[in-house]
Design a protein around this ligand. Structure first.
Ligand code: FAD
Ligand code: NAI
Length: 466
C-alpha cells in the first residue's frame, strides 16, 4: 500500500487546478482536488471569464438592436427594451453548464473533489474540513482575488460600491457607473453597462489605459472608448468614497498632485488589479515564503522551494490569465509524472474582449526597441475587405520583427475579432516564424486575418491593399 492517500493533491479548482488535476489523472496519478467554492472552475468559470463574456455578448446584441445599426442590413425593429433578468439568467446558464461540465470531467477522470478550503499541516498533508489527506506532491493553485482600495469599501450586497463579482450581478442598470481602474476588467465591464444604458466614467491612475499593452494600442484605446461615449479621467486617483443612501461620492485628485474634485455615482466598480490567494493556506507550516508582491515563487518546472510542493496560475508571477494557468496546470502535472512540461512564458496572448477587441502576444514595440533594432509593419483594418464590408473600420494589426533575423517578436491588433486573430501570431511565434513566413502563408479571403498577413508584408514595406 502507498505511503500516501494520493500521488497528487491540487489545492484550488480554477483553470490552473482543474486542468492540472485532470492531466495528472490522465497520466495515471491518483489525484484529488480541493475546492472551497460550491462549484468547480474557479474565478474564471464562476465570476470571471465566462460570466463577463456572457454579459459582453448579450450587451453587444442589445446595443446592436437598440442603436438602430441593424436597420442598415434591413433588420427593422420596433421599440427595443432590455430584459436584464433574462440576460442575467443567460449568464447563469452558461456558468452552470460549464462548472457542471468540470464536475463531469472529474468523475470521468476519477479525480476526487475534496470539498472545503485546504490548509497545509506539513508539506505532504493537507487538512480539508477537519480531515487530513496526504499526498506525495501538492500543487498550490489557489488563484487570486480583488485588490482592495483603502478608503473605498466594497459591499457587493448593497450594490453601490462593487468589485467585478458585484458588477457581474447588478439587478438594474446604473444611471452613472464610475469605474476605478482603466485596465481589462474596468473596460470590459464598463463596456457592458455602457451598452445597456449607463453613463460610464473611468478613473485611471496612469496617463493611459490598459497597462502592459503596446503603447499604440493604449493610445488608440482612449480614442475608441471616448468615441463610444465613456468619459475618461486619466492621470487621476480616487482618494476616498462616502456612501449616503443610494449614492456614492468619490473624491478624486490628479495623480501628480493638485486640487481635489468630487463626483457622484449610483454605482462604483473597483477594478485596480488582483492579488494572490494565500491567506489561511498554512504556508508558514511548511516554511514557504512569499515574494514582495505576495506571490509564490517557483522555478521553471513550477517547483517551490519546498520539496513536493508546486505552484501555478494567478498565485505565481506572470500575467493573471486563464489560459496561462491552464498551460501551467498541464505542465506541472507532466513534470510531476516524470515527463517534461514546459510553458513558453514569452508567448502568452492577452485579449481585451471589448468591441473592437484589443489583443497582443510577445513584446510591445517599446520593450522590443530596448532589446535591439526592430522593423515594424502595420496594416489598418479600414483597408481589410471583410472589416470594411462589416462596417468595422477601427483598429490595425502591427507586426514587430527583429531587424536582422526578421524573427517575429510581437504582434498587436485592434479588430472586432482580434482575440481570434492573435492565435495565429502566437502559433507563428511558438514556431520561431519570421515576418516573411507569415507574409507568404496563404490566408483565406475575405477574412480579418488577412490583415495579419498584410501587416507582416508591411514589415518589408510591401503590403498590397494600402
Ligand atoms: P482561480 O480561477 O482564481 O481559482 C482558484 C480556486 O482556488 C478558486 O476557486 C478558489 O475558491 C480556490 N481556493 C483558493 N484557496 C483555496 C483553499 N485554501 N482551499 C481550496 N480552494 C481554494 N482571464 C482570461 O484569460 N480571459 C478572460 O476573459 C478573463 N476574464 C476575467 C474576468 C474577470 C471579471 C476576472 C475577475 C478575471 C478574468 N480573467 C480572465 C482572469 C482569470 O479568471 C484568472 O486568470 C484565472 O481564473 C486564474 O486561474 P487559477 O486557476 O490560477 O485561479
Ligand atoms: P489591471 O491590472 O488590468 O488594471 C488595473 C488598473 O487600475 C491599472 O490600469 C492601474 O493603473 C489602475 N489603478 C491602480 N490603482 C488605481 C487607483 N488607486 N486609482 C485609479 N486607477 C488605479 O487589473 P484588473 O482590470 O482589475 O484585472 C485584474 C486581472 O484580471 C488582470 O491581471 C487581468 O489579467 C485579469 N483579467 C483578464 C481579462 C481578460 O483576459 N480579458 C478580463 C478581466 C480580467
Amino acid at each position: 500500500m502507498s505511503e500516501y492517500d494520493y500521488d497528487l493533491i491540487v489545492i484550488g479548482a480554477g483553470p490552473g487546478g482543474y486542468v492540472g488535476a485532470i492531466r495528472a489523472a490522465q497520466l495515471g496519478l491518483k489525484t484529488a482536488c480541493v475546492e472551497g467554492r460550491e462549484t468547480l472552475g474557479g474565478t474564471c468559470l464562476n465570476v470571471g471569464c465566462i460570466p463577463s463574456k456572457a454579459l459582453l455578448h448579450g450587451s453587444e446584441k442589445f446595443e446592436e438592436a437598440a442603436s438602430g445599426t441593424l436597420a442598415r442590413y434591413g433588420v427593422k425593429l420596433g421599440k427595443v427594451e432590455l430584459d436584464l433578468a433574462a440576460l442575467q439568467a443567460d449568464k447563469a446558464d452558461a456558468v452552470k453548464g460549464l462548472t457542471g461540465g468540470i464536475e463531469f470531467l472529474f468523475r470521468k477522470n476519477k479525480v476526487d473533489w475534496l470539498k472545503g478550503y485546504g490548509a497545509f499541516k506539513d508539506a505532504h498533508t493537507v487538512t480539508v474540513a477537519g480531515k487530513d489527506y496526504t499526498a506525495k506532491n501538492v500543487v498550490i493553485a489557489t488563484g487570486s482575488s480583488v485588490t482592495p482600495l483603502p478608503g473605498v469599501e466594497v459591499d457587493n450586497d448593497k450594490g453601490i460600491i462593487v468589485d467585478s463579482t458585484g458588477a457581474l450581478a447588478l439587478s438594474k442598470v446604473p444611471a452613472h457607473l464610475v469605474v476605478i481602474g482603466g485596465g481589462v476588467i474596468g473596460l470590459e465591464l464598463g463596456s457592458v453597462w455602457r451598452r445597456l444604458g449607463a453613463k460610464v466614467t473611468v478613473v485611471e491612475y496612469l496617463d493611459a489605459l490598459l497597462p502592459g499593452m503596446d503603447g499604440e494600442l493604449r493610445k488608440e484605446a482612449a480614442k475608441i472608448f471616448k468615441k463610444q461615449g465613456m468619459e475618461l479621467k486619466l492621470g487621476t486617483k480616487v482618494t476616498g468614497a462616502a456612501v449616503k443612501g443610494k449614492q456614492a461620492t468619490l473624491t478624486l485628485e490628479p495623480a501628480k498632485g493638485g486640487g481635489a474634485e468630487t463626483i457622484e455615482a449610483d454605482c462604483v466598480l473597483v477594478a485596480i488589479g488582483r492579488r494572490p490567494n494565500v491567506d489561511g493556506l498554512g504556508l508558514s507550516a511548511i516554511g514557504l515564503e512569499l515574494n514582495a508582491r505576495g506571490q509564490i515563487e517557483t522555478d521553471h518546472d513550477f517547483r517551490t522551494k519546498i520539496g513536493g510542493v508546486w505552484a501555478i496560475g494567478d498565485c505565481i508571477p506572470g500575467p493573471m490569465l486563464a489560459h496561462k494557468a491552464e498551460d501551467e496546470g498541464i505542465a506541472v502535472a507532466e513534470n510531476i509524472a516524470g515527463l517534461t512540461g514546459i510553458v513558453n512564458h514569452d508567448v502568452i496572448p492577452g485579449v481585451v474582449y471589448t468591441n473592437p477587441e484589443f489583443a497582443g502576444v510577445g513584446l510591445t514595440e517599446e520593450a522590443a526597441k530596448e532589446l535591439g533594432e526592430i522593423k515594424v509593419g502595420k496594416f489598418p483594418m479600414m483597408a481589410n475587405s471583410r472589416a470594411k464590408t462589416n462596417h468595422e473600420p477601427d483598429g490595425f494589426v502591427k507586426v514587430i520583427a527583429d531587424a536582422k533575423t526578421d524573427r517575429v517578436l510581437g504582434v498587436w491588433a485592434i479588430a472586432s475579432v482580434a482575440g481570434t486573430m492573435i492565435a495565429e501570431a502566437a502559433l507563428a511565434m511558438e514556431f520561431g516564424a519570421t515576418s516573411e513566413d507569415i507574409a507568404y502563408t496563404c490566408h483565406a479571403h475575405p477574412t480579418h486575418s488577412e490583415a495579419v498577413k498584410e501587416a507582416a508584408m508591411a514589415v518589408t514595406g510591401k503590403p498590397i491593399h494600402i
